[in-house]
Design a protein around this ligand. Structure first.
Ligand code: NAD
Length: 243
């Protein structure tokens, strides 16, 4: 699949990885519908402000994008939240928000998008999961559980919809230099930039990922070069295993 001219729905478009995906695909000539809590200032073909906690917004968004762009070829479930702490430190709200944004919203968006992708003869879905969804990291059971769920959904849909010419794959990053990772340092009272420097030393390649490192893999999975990949969980980790 050539990305130029493809009609794309991207969630979390205002986040660190989302903005990099937007720039990358825009640069290749894709027509992008960007959604996030606030996308007013993003350079996208169409923009939808909305909250993924709202199930009606999720259920209706793919149709709205289809109508606005004149079709839908690609869905990228990138939005996510991270709630930190062991299970005994976790609130009902942590659980509810994480499950809704990281699992329920992608479920609803996939369910509403697949019939629309079919109308164009197929397409592709990329979910942003996490290395932690494959190999659980410490002290984040809610986040790990939600990322395992989206990884599993990717494998299920990758199998179930391959015969419809819809390829569903996931990118599973380890640490990426975005506001999400910096929030962990801020909570512990550490300087985010110093925290990144320390983290860089723990990665065999010498640095944590930049958002562009992830956006490039998303673009690959959407392209014809990945035409035989269905239900894959692609770890992008600079050689750093989860420890
Ligand atoms: N940064 C990392 O180290 C890392 C590692 C592995 C996986 N990931 C995953 O990558 C994806 C992107 O994360 P990021 O690092 O760019 O984080 P980020 O915080 O910069 O971006 C996340 C985006 O999701 C949006 N979002 C959150 N809740 C929402 C809601 N209720 N409705 C609409 N939008 C909402 C936010 O507004 C934000 O723009 C996430 O799914 C995350 O879990 C990140």
């Amino acid at each position: 699949m050539k990305i130029a001219g493809k009609k794309v729905l991207l969630t979390g478009a205002n986040g660190g990885i989302g903005q990099a995906i937007l720039r990358r695909l825009h640069g290749e000539g894709a027509l992008i519908a960007a959604t996030d809590l606030n996308v007013d200032y993003l350079d996208a073909k169409v923009r939808f402000n909305g909250n993924l906690l709202d199930k009606n917004f999720c259920d209706e968004l793919p149709k709205r994008v289809y109508e606005a762009l004149g079709g839908l070829d690609i869905l990228i479930n990138n939005a996510g939240v991270i709630r930190r702490g062991k299970i005994t430190e976790s609130s009902d709200e942590d659980l509810e928000v994480s499950m809704k944004v990281n699992v329920e919203a992608p479920f609803r968006l996939c369910r509403a998008s697949i019939p629309l992708l079919n109308q164009g003869g197929g397409g592709a879905i990329v979910n942003i999961a996490s290395c932690w969804g494959i190999h659980p990291g410490p002290s984040h059971p809610i986040y790990v559980m939600t990322k395992a769920a989206i990884a599993s959904l990717t494998q299920c849909l990758g199998r179930d919809h391959a015969s419809e010419n819809i390829r569903v794959n996931a990118v599973c990053p380890n640490e990426v230099n975005t506001p999400m990772i910096k929030s962990g340092f801020s909570i512990r009272g550490l300087d985010p930039n110093k925290g990144i420097e320390e983290l860089n030393k723990t990665v065999p390649l010498g640095r944590i990922a930049e958002p562009e490192d992830i956006a490039d893999v998303v673009a690959f999975l959407l392209s014809d070069a990945a035409r035989y990949m269905c239900g894959s969980l692609v770890e992008v980790n600079g050689g750093k295993a989860v420890s």
